[in-house]
Design a protein around this ligand. Structure first.
Ligand code: GEK
Length: 258
């Protein structure tokens, strides 16, 4: 797949910063984003490509697919490519469908628009981009909703309401793919997963200074839930089934079926 992603290396936290400000999704982050996610999220590429396959499995004709917190559109690109590939076997698949990619960072969306435009042979599967807070977006008639590593940035007190608004927007049999950094009640597991995660980052070339400054920048911004909290929230919102389908250390992806 031609994506046009640049390969600028993430060194945002490489030098001592004195005071570390809260993390924001600005132009500096956009420029290094693909490298940052690949080196900072265990399983990121696997989750994105399987999201595409799940979209092809669950899509229903004349419905909407959503990519909530789309950043540079990796999930949108994967879903669209996978649907186009599946159409070679089943030409009517995803007929009348539209993918909605939503993010509240204009810097992200500007770059996303460029990258979406580089994908070829996609005339019959339109993508609509919107710069919007997903907590207030009008979601409707959805067969597939992907929220990859975005709920973790929503203030915990508003997470139930957001998952409920997604559930309300979904068709019976539709799927929510929810990927998150997670936390563990068991202190042994918690320490193990965090240590292994830091080893993963070191193995990917991040220094101890980078790891520690990034951790500080995210402290008030990225607040993980336990897998139990996610499962209960999904059940309470009306999803009939949910299951972890991918986990690597303290990162997991869940499918929830309405
Ligand atoms: C990927 N899904 O490549 N409304 C809309 N967007 C938001 C909001 C909000 N309230 N809060 C945060 N964001 C992508 C990666 S990144 C994950 C998602 C990360 C957006 C924010 O601007 C950013 O682009 C995205 O959520 C989170 O699979 O950076 O770890």
């Amino acid at each position: 797949m031609k994506t046009g992603f640049n390969q600028q290396r993430d060194s945002l936290f490489a030098n001592p910063l004195g005071e570390v400000s809260d993390f924001t999704f600005d132009k500096r982050v956009v420029d290094v984003f693909p490298d940052m996610l690949k080196r900072s999220i265990p399983g990121y590429e696997a989750i994105i490509s399987q999201t595409g396959l799940l979209a092809a499995r669950f899509v229903q004709p004349e419905t909407h697919l959503y990519d909530l917190g789309c950043s540079l559109g990796a999930t949108t690109l994967s879903m669209r490519q996978s649907l186009m590939d599946a159409r070679k076997e089943e030409p009517a698949l995803a007929q009348g469908c539209v993918i909605h990619a939503i993010d509240n960072s204009q810097a992200m969306l500007d770059k996303c628009a460029e990258l979406i435009a580089t994908q070829v042979d996609t005339d019959t599967l339109p993508v609509h981009l919107a710069c919007d807070d997903i907590q207030h977006s009008k979601l409707e008639n959805a067969s597939v909703v992907a929220m990859n590593f975005t709920l973790q940035f929503i203030s915990p007190q508003y997470r139930d309401a957001l998952i409920q608004s997604i559930a309300r927007a979904m068709k019976p049999g539709g799927v929510l793919i929810l990927s998150e950094k997670v936390t563990f009640d068991d202190p042994v597991l918690s320490e193990l997963h965090i240590n292994m995660y830091h080893n993963f980052k070191r193995a990917n070339g991040y220094s101890d200074l980078e790891i520690s400054q990034k951790r500080t920048a995210l402290e008030n911004v990225l607040i993980p839930d336990t897998l139990n909290t996610h499962a209960n929230r999904l059940a309470n919102a009306g999803f009939k089934s949910s299951s972890v389908w991918f986990q690597c250390f303290n990162f997991a992806s869940i499918i929830a079926i309405k």
